[in-house]
Design a protein around this ligand. Structure first.
Ligand code: WT7
Length: 641
């Protein structure tokens, strides 16, 4: 065993999990034989419908697929009411801890009361079915309440990650035309309040559709409240009525919009709808994390990302699970904060990202070793390929050497897990997401769409929680995902298959970066850079980074009369951070006289990546010399990337 490379080692499912797993041995066979029957049975079993659907899948207008047409349903009802009216009434729905140690536990009964009141608050401010509501919030229970209340009144929400800049918030609010913005005064970061409302204030200087801004008092910092527009959450809640009839939504009504980076400068508003999303988030969570009634489940993602939507809020609550939320930094007051909480709250299922695992690896095993983590039975990973070393560390140190790791591949667009092992069934190999989830059909194809061992990752048929369109831009939806291979959905990732038939996702093959598990378009960073007066042109690539996976590396051509300097590097880095958000801040800025381009004018990013990682041109220091880059440019010009 010792001399077998990590990625070739096989770990069989633990016997105790296999013996009682939610997923029965025949699950793959069943779904393979009758894919729609599989989803149909789960939709009947897992969703409480106000009115049954007529049809499981309507593919008559592909790629605008429709699931569960004719069905009437409400997500909030499924996540809250049905549990509050059952024996789960006094079970914890949400357990929350703030960075400074404030604890909140909301039972399903309590959550029911809060979401009903907040739905009334929204209605009293004029929010109706179909109106968009923007959220710019920390990881606080009020964020969950606001999301659920939106679904109760049938108003699609659009969350903007709290780490995004005022400009990013403004652009997203304006793209979806939100009527109301919900935010908080601030939240704590390393003991200091971070003024979220100030950012929202800046964004709202130019958001004509916003009529009201609801502010949650959370950090207690001073905020300015604009007369007639800004209202306090607690004041409205104190007056709100206790019941709001959940809106009967069509299965295909829009549930939410979530913006994600694409290959152009403009983020895409990914649209998810009601029935299919409610189904696949539940079904995947139930089988992938083998959710049992007594579980305490913790997904560390921020609610501003799809993982937070699907696996902190909707999946767990629809299943009647206890979901844990933490709002704070992972090393405050010390580097064992996460393990301290995992022990204190009795966490049994734990879901996080490779970048976090690599950070913990760097800090050392003494931190998890301080705590009893033996309660953790299943681990999950998402956001980027997990390197086998991090996989082993995770299993050994967080999973007591035995917990199986669910490496889940999926995207903002897929809404829920697509490629993943199942803990009681799948033998694991470190670094691979293994197989498609039952009822999901994926493949690897070559340039021509023919099956291949190495190539492009595609989804071959519709799945319930799929993206329905890009908000306001049906053409871009078709163009982006369906044009390349016709009838297959193209995910933007490359992949290869091993001798067990397992799929190894190798990363993006388009102009999209993955920084700490977060998606970032190269074009977004480039357009931020060229806004600076000194910059003539910019090309951005991802550079391998041992914690973040990739870091942002920018090649910059200056306008005549400007010279590269340390001050300018600092200024440009800062500008990108302010313009998009701290995650987009370049680690490296390299001034150059030219860029290698194809004949058609496309920047050859692969070559720049080679240069950034010190491969192609040997001595990287010569890069500062414009002549050297021009030489590369001319040497490679004409060859396609
Ligand atoms: C991209 C999607 C899905 C929630 C988090 C990110 C990469 C995600 C894996 C994985 C290899 C992964 C892909 C994908 N990715 N999970 N388990 N193995 N790569 O959502 O921002 O929409 O990004 O993240 O490149 O396309 P997202």
């Amino acid at each position: 065993m010792e001399n077998i490379a990590l990625e070739n080692r096989v770990f069989n499912p633990p016997a105790d999990i296999a013996a009682h797993a939610n997923a029965k041995a025949d699950i793959y066979e069943w779904a393979k034989k009758d894919r729609l029957g599989f989803w149909d049975a789960h939709a009947k079993d897992m969703i409480t419908w106000f009115k049954p659907y007529d049809k499981v899948l309507d593919d008559s207008n592909a790629p605008f697929f429709k699931w569960f047409t004719g069905g009437k349903v409400n997500v909030c009802y499924n996540c809250v009411d049905r549990h509050a009216k059952s024996e789960r009434r006094n079970k914890a729905a949400i357990m929350y801890e703030s960075e400074i140690g404030r604890q909140v536990v909301l039972t399903y009964g309590m959550l029911y009361r809060e979401v009903n009141k907040f739905a009334n608050v929204l209605a009293s401010l004029g929010v109706k079915k179909g109106d968009r509501v923007a959220l710019y919030m920390p990881m606080i229970p009020e964020a969950a309440i606001a999301m659920l209340a939106c679904t109760r009144v049938g108003a699609p929400h659009s969350l903007v990650f709290g780490g995004f800049s005022p400009e990013s918030l403004r652009d997203r609010v304006n793209d979806c035309g939100a009527k109301v913005l919900i935010t908080a005064d601030g939240n704590f970061r390393r003991g200091n309040p971070f003024p979220l409302k100030n950012n929202a204030e800046k964004a709202m200087e130019d958001t004509p559709t916003i009529e009201k801004c609801i502010v949650v008092k959370n950090a207690g910092n001073e905020v300015e409240m604009k007369e007639g527009r800004d209202v306090w959450y607690h004041e409205l809640m104190a007056e709100a009525k206790a019941y709001y009839e959940p809106e009967e939504m069509d299965a295909e009504d829009m549930l939410f919009i979530l913006y994600t980076s694409g290959t152009t400068g403009k983020p895409k508003g990914v649209v998810h709808t009601t029935g299919g999303y409610l189904l696949q988030t539940q079904a995947t969570l139930k089988y992938v994390f083998d959710i049992k009634e007594s579980d305490v489940y913790w997904c560390t993602a921020d609610i501003g990302w799809i993982t937070g939507h699907s696996y902190v809020i909707y999946g767990p609550l629809a299943l009647g699970t206890t979901t844990f939320m933490y709002d704070g930094t992972i090393d405050y007051p010390d580097k064992d904060r996460m393990w301290d909480m995992a022990e204190r709250y009795g966490v049994t299922k734990f879901y996080t990202a490779p970048t976090a695992i690599r950070t913990w690896m760097k800090w050392g095993t003494q931190y998890p070793q301080k705590h009893d983590l033996s309660g953790i039975k299943v681990l999950g990973s998402v956001g980027e390929p997990i390197n086998p070393e991090a996989w082993m560390w995770y299993r050994e140190n967080i999973g007591s050497g035995v917990a199986p790791i669910m490496d889940t591949w999926w995207q903002t667009e897929t809404g829920a897990h697509m490629i993943t092992p199942l803990p009681g069934i799948t033998p694991l190999k470190p670094g691979t997401a293994t197989n498609a989830f039952p009822g999901v059909e994926v493949d690897i194809v070559d340039e021509n769409g023919e099956p291949a061992e190495v190539g492009y990752l595609v989804v071959k048929s519709a799945w319930p929680s799929m993206i329905r369109t890009i908000y306001g831009d049906d053409d871009r939806y078709v163009d982006q995902y369906w044009k390349r291979f016709g009838k297959f959905y193209f995910a933007g990732d490359g992949a290869k298959r091993d001798e067990l038939g397992y799929i190894w996702v190798t990363g993006r093959v388009d102009d999209v970066l993955n920084v700490s598990g977060h998606r970032l378009g190269t074009a977004e960073v480039e357009s931020a850079l060229v806004e600076c007066a000194e910059v003539a042109e910019a090309a951005v690539v991802g550079k391998k980074h041992d914690v973040k996976g990739e870091s942002v590396c920018a090649f910059v051509i200056l306008k005549d009369g400007f010279k590269g300097s340390d001050e300018l590097v600092t200024k440009l880095k800062k500008h990108v951070g302010v313009k998009i958000g701290p995650i987009a801040r370049p680690d490296d800025i390299i001034f150059t006289g030219g860029l290698p381009k194809t004949r058609s004018g496309k920047i050859m990013r692969r070559l720049l990546r080679d240069i950034a990682e010190g491969r192609a041109i040997g001595d990287v220091t010569t890069l500062a010399d414009p002549g050297a880059m021009q030489e590369i440019a001319s040497k490679y010009s004409g060859k396609e990337d």
